[in-house]
Design a protein around this ligand. Sequence first.
Ligand code: C5J
Length: 228
Amino acid sequence: MTIPANPYPYPLPSTGLALIIIDMQRDFIEPGGFGDALGNDVGLLRSIIPNVQALQQAFRRYGLPIFQTVEGHLPDLSDCPPSKRDRGSSSLKIGDRGPMGRILVLGEPGNGIIPELAPLPDEVVIPKPGKGAFYATELEAYLKAQGITHLIITGVTTEVCVQTTMREANDRGYECLLVEDATESYFPEFKQATLEMVRAQDGIIGWTGFTEAVLSTLALQYDAAVAV
Ligand code: C5J
């Protein structure tokens, strides 16, 4: 079975599929967090929430693994390079106290996943200090332990943490589909450029496709099994 996608249909494996949800945390999506401190219109990211929710619910329904990530640092910032903390002219920097607690620090209110996408107690949330979800994290160990080979990728922001993660995954041999209407950027033109880049040259980084295509193909593959 395949999911309709670009540059050509995405092969859906019989086992080894996982959903990756990147950084749907308050820091990027709500006022008063890291995204806001950098001068972005954080409201732009909210439009994808229903699609990410629909994918999350489908993966739960079919018993397929879901991995969420949050970008954040230890309270002592020992995992935050000075280059990352010091860059730019923002008045609120990583580790500073803002309206949602310390900016981009693990465990602070602003670092939490938005309530709409709250993970279930048995779902894995990977804290990550970098933009890519494979750098200095346990994600790859989890994927290998569960025999995951194919990743459906969603989240924010498209050209930063999502694209970095997809490139890291591609280099490690994962077959990745980036869901166009379940990823968002503060910069529409950067989102568009990312979509085109990853699927160019016959899918040099992977595939892009839409939520509805993923959901309807999963339903064809798994609904019969669920009904039994
Ligand atoms: C950024 C992210 N944009 N999750 N993080 O700093 O894309």
